[in-house]
Design a protein around this ligand. Structure first.
Ligand code: SAM
Length: 167
């Protein structure tokens, strides 16, 4: 079963420190077929349904060139997640795992990431497959899949540095 907001056997919640504002802005909104966590995929799939990523003004010009990439990495804010669990029981069987050893949406900063297949760019809207978020999820960022991206800026010394200089 998917978590709504309950705490399960052996799970541990903490009192989180009060949030400090990192200055994040939501740059768009994701539309998906899923309105309930009971039906949303655990992880998106590249043969999954088409989802729509709308980019807000004034960021639309920043889409220039994205159509060259077959796959994009999408970062989104899992806005309906609780944020206070440090031990979680995904299988609801009393066996717990540390939050940072999971890809659960429940985390101190509920950032989700997916590599999606880009199907089309229509003005300020991207049509993609491979998402796993609820309809209306806020968009944080998007960038080319790192395996398809070659830095355009000239190389610098750190690019050639190996582990020999470890401190
Ligand atoms: N692919 C991302 C990752 O690995 O970072 C997210 C994986 S997370 C396991 C996906 C689950 O998060 C969905 O099955 C759903 O239960 C939950 N979820 C999706 N959108 C959400 C939202 N806006 N707020 C809270 N939970 C959400």
């Amino acid at each position: 079963m998917v978590r709504e907001n309950e705490i399960r056997e052996n799970e541990v919640a903490v009192e989180p420190p009060s949030a400090s504002d990192a200055g994040l802005v939501f740059i768009g909104r994701i539309s998906t077929p899923w309105t309930s966590r009971m039906e949303t995929p655990r992880q998106g799939r590249h043969d999954g349904p088409i989802c729509r990523i709308e980019i807000f003004d004034p960021w639309v010009l920043a889409l220039t060139g994205v159509e060259a990439f077959e796959r994009l990495e999408i970062l989104y804010w899992l806005d309906r997640s609780r944020r206070d669990l440090v031990l979680q029981s995904p299988a609801r069987n009393g066996k717990v795992h540390g939050t940072f050893s999971l890809r659960s949406p429940v985390r101190p900063n509920p950032i989700g990431t997916s590599i999606v297949k880009l199907e089309a760019v229509e003005g300020n809207v991207l049509l993609v497959r491979g998402l796993d978020c609820l309809d209306g999820t806020p968009l944080l960022d998007l960038k080319p899949d790192r395996t398809l991206f070659k830095p355009i800026a000239p190389p610098q010394s750190g690019d050639f540095q190996t582990g020999d200089g470890d401190t």
